[in-house]
Design a binder for this molecule. Structure first.
Ligand SMILES: Cc1cc2nc3c(=O)[nH]c(=O)nc-3n(C[C@H](O)[C@H](O)[C@H](O)COP(=O)(O)OP(=O)(O)OC[C@H]3O[C@@H](n4cnc5c(N)ncnc54)[C@H](O)[C@@H]3O)c2cc1C
Length: 393
């Protein structure tokens, strides 16, 4: 193989490049990115970088020199618009056609919009460095921010700006935040924690509409509540950036469908990061995860698959979230748990375990880092639920 193209210049791509070179690949590497920036880190965008203002140099995943040392041909600010797997060719927005022998698809996720509700009023989203800069410039103590959506990004933004002295209201459709993924008990803990830090939560509330009003935005909820906002942030989730692959013949279904080694059905095409839906044999489940450590590991794994190995990618997923002083760490899966056990819960810490089909599958620890490794091992070894949780009916 002499020519690899990687589309999507971010976390998974950087680690794919690193693995290709470490494994001895000496051919061409072309990195295509829609954004004008070198690959940068996203988790700080809802945390320190939002508070202090994003520093483009500090956020870079690798310094500019690294791309020279790794002989990477950079095509930044140039989205890919089409893929022809038959001809093994990627087309860019300016009409450039890039032939490849190996292709890594790493175009990640993009923020969902509110749909018709955000017509005619300024609504912020938070996915890119430029979004973070735009949002940061609007932050000033005393201003009122309304966050639509009480998921992790919404709650992190709420925590960051509340600490900066803004008033914050979070509107969440579910009766408690995070409940869909983590269940009611965990959701209630985060509700209480956020409210204890001065964030106002409007749960079980559906957005009815928004309109401009005296220098800001009036946010109307279906239950009749009306909120006057200086700025609005939509934190309503992300969707895989697969638009450019429509018509390519690749199987797309909430992500790019891959086998357990991260290969697509097209010859020489693998995928990595937020965009991948693959079968994880450890959990006997097809999954797509939007998590930092997954993008790192999948970037590396997809690169070695491209070079000819055939190992299944079977990790215990891991992610973190920081809100005020709560450092949450999660390992495994919580979806469709048939048992949730609260191991510990107090004002500042929480440990919750998630079981399904008789084994432990997930563990959430807030300000309890040491337990995480123990539960990760238990998940990996598929330890019976009854051995991990002795007093759970
Ligand atoms: C604000 C924020 C906070 C986060 N915090 C955490 C956290 O605390 N913990 C955690 O585990 N995870 C967190 N994440 C998630 C984590 O950052 C992602 O899982 C990770 O960035 C995924 O990496 P990726 O390389 O797959 O894709 P992405 O980082 O989404 O990058 C994809 C890149 O592809 C580019 N692209 C898209 N379409 C095209 C195209 N057609 N042509 C060329 N380029 C294209 C995009 O512009 C983007 O640069 C956070 C994410 C965000 C946005």
């Amino acid at each position: 193989m002499r020519r690899v193209v990687i589309v999507g210049a971010s976390l998974a791509a950087t680690h794919a490049i690193e693995a290709l070179r470490q494994e001895g690949y000496q051919g061409d590497i072309t990195l295509v990115g829609a954004e004008p920036h070198l690959p940068y880190d996203r988790p700080p965008l809802s945390k320190a970088a939002l508070q202090d203002g994003p520093d483009t140099t500090e956020l870079l995943l690798r310094p500019p020199q690294w791309y020279v040392e790794h002989a990477v041909d950079l095509r930044l600010g140039q989205p890919a618009t089409a893929l022809d797997p038959g001809l093994r060719r990627v087309t860019l927005e300016d009409g450039t056609e890039l032939p490849y022998e190996g292709l890594v698809i790493a175009t990640g996720s993009q923020a969902r919009s509110l749909g018709p509700a955000d017509q005619g009023v300024p609504v912020n989203t938070l996915r890119t460095l430029d979004h973070c800069l735009t949002l940061h410039e609007q932050l000033a103590p005393g201003r009122h921010m309304v966050v639509i959506g009480g998921g992790f990004i919404g709650l992190e933004v709420a925590a960051t700006v509340r600490r900066m002295g803004l008033d914050v209201s979070v509107v969440e459709m579910a009766p408690v935040p995070l409940t869909r993924v983590l269940g009611d008990e965990v959701g209630h803990w985060f509700s209480k924690y956020q409210e204890g830090n001065g964030v106002r939560l409007h749960c079980g509330s559906v957005l009815d509409g928004m309109e401009p009003s005296s220098g800001g935005t009036r946010v109307r909820l279906l239950d009749g509540v009306s909120l006057s906002a200086d700025l609005v942030v939509a934190g309503v989730g992300a969707r895989p950036a697969t638009d450019w692959l429509e018509g390519s013949g690749l199987a797309l279904s909430d992500g790019v469908l891959c086998d357990s080694s991260l290969r697509t059905a097209a010859p020489g095409v693998v995928a990595a990061g937020d965009i991948v839906r693959w079968y994880n044999p450890l959990f006997d489940e097809e999954m797509r995860v939007e998590q930092w450590s997954n993008a790192v590991e999948q970037g590396r794994h997809a690169a070695t698959t491209l070079l000819g190995t055939d190992e299944p990618y079977a990790p215990v997923p891991y992610f973190w979230s920081d809100q005020f002083d709560a450092k949450m760490r999660f390992v495994g899966r919580a979806n469709a748990a048939d048992h949730v056990h609260i191991e510990r819960s107090d004002e500042s810490s929480l440990v919750a375990l998630f079981g399904r089909d008789g084994v432990i599958r997930g563990a959430l620890c807030v300000n309890a880092p040491r337990q995480l490794a123990v539960y990760r091992k238990a998940i990996l070894e598929r330890i019976p639920w009854g051995d991990v949780v002795r007093n759970d009916g």
